[in-house]
Design a protein. Structure first.
Length: 333
């Protein structure tokens, strides 16, 4: 997820962004059933070893955290702006994209970075750096509740990205990129946490600037990218949501956000290269998908789950949404 503050401000024209109304099922692109089929066999995920994504729309400030809402056939993402006020906090709006070309403001002051749809499909979970928490927004009325307020009585740095399991256990990263001028209450540590039934637990506090985080389709493996170490780690996940052994999964430059497909292939964004690296579940490199110069995150969507959406910089300035059609549907998170 995001790890830079951007001083240049870019806005989307009024024609492109309008205030959203109530959430209603989209006329096209909506699907009630997950695209993944248990026990299915999938082929090669990429149509070629090097895929080029196409730009859907530019003109945003700094896009992050895309996630697909299957109920409405829409994509939600965060658009962060330049830091403001004495605390240097980045305002953030939640944007909703209805394919092929509609973009609207869903929540104007979401304070969000990474996003994930809840397992029951009624809420969007958000890593909210505005108040240093993990939040949930109702998709019906956009009301906000707090999922995780802190750890052992101390405020998080700036929750950045998250992923959620079918049982509701949510894992999130806590680097300090959006902490701004607010005090460090984590003793210099940047960590990975989980929250289950309102209880926050520590996964790992030894990773320098943990960033993207994603679960395998069966929920038994947790992947975390550490931007500060150019490494992607994987952890075994126990039935109660706690984590076990940690091993190195892969090394890429400046790992940012990530997603997985139904076959368990892992798609990891390299911010510094503008590439999405695709790995098999064993860590074998399968190919790349290119977008803008500095990419931040990726998520699967579309009616059949085979469209990969990528948030990335745009030539000439600002950020945009890119997309590429792939062979294997994405796992719905």
């Amino acid at each position: 997820m995001a790890h830079r503050t951007h001083r240049r401000k870019w806005t989307v024209t009024a024609a492109a962004i309008v205030l959203a109304g109530a959430v209603t099922p989209a006329a096209s692109g909506a699907t009630a059933d997950p695209p993944c089929t248990p026990g299915a066999t999938y082929g090669r995920p990429l149509p070629s070893p090097a895929v080029a994504a196409r730009l859907v729309r530019g003109g945003f400030t700094f896009l992050e955290g895309p996630t697909w809402d299957r109920r409405t056939g829409t994509l939600l993402m965060s658009d962060m702006r330049s830091p403001t006020g004495p605390q240097g906090v980045q305002p953030s709006a939640m944007i909703r994209h209805t394919p092929p070309a509609t973009f609207e403001t869903f929540i104007a002051d979401a304070g969000s970075n990474g996003l994930a749809i809840s397992a029951d499909g009624t809420r969007v979970l958000a890593a909210t750096h505005d108040n240093r928490t993990v939040s949930a927004y109702s998709l019906a009325d956009r009301s906000r509740t707090t999922i995780a307020a802190g750890y052992l009585g101390r405020a998080f740095n700036s929750p950045n990205d998250l992923t959620t399991a079918k049982d509701g256990t949510t894992y999130f990263t806590d680097p300090n990129y959006q902490r701004g001028n607010r005090p460090d209450e984590q003793g210099g540590r940047t960590s990975v946490f989980r929250v289950r039934d309102g209880v926050v637990g520590l996964v790992d506090d030894t990773l320098p600037q943990p960033n993207g985080v994603v679960l395998s389709p069966d929920g038994k493996t947790l992947y975390v990218g550490a931007t500060g170490a150019d490494v992607i780690m994987k952890y075994s996940v126990r039935p109660d949501g706690t984590t076990g052994d940690r091993t190195v999964f892969a090394n890429i430059r400046t790992p940012d956000g990530a997603t997985v497909d139904c076959a368990g292939n892992v798609y990891w964004v390299s911010n510094g290269e503008g590439l999405v690296y695709v790995f098999s579940p064993t860590g074998a490199r399968l190919g790349t998908i290119s977008a803008g110069r500095n990419s931040t995150n990726a998520a699967f969507g579309g009616p059949d789950g085979r469209t990969l959406y990528i948030t990335s910089s745009v030539s000439g300035g600002g950020y945009g949404l890119y997309q590429a059609r792939l062979n294997v549907p994405g796992n719905p998170y």
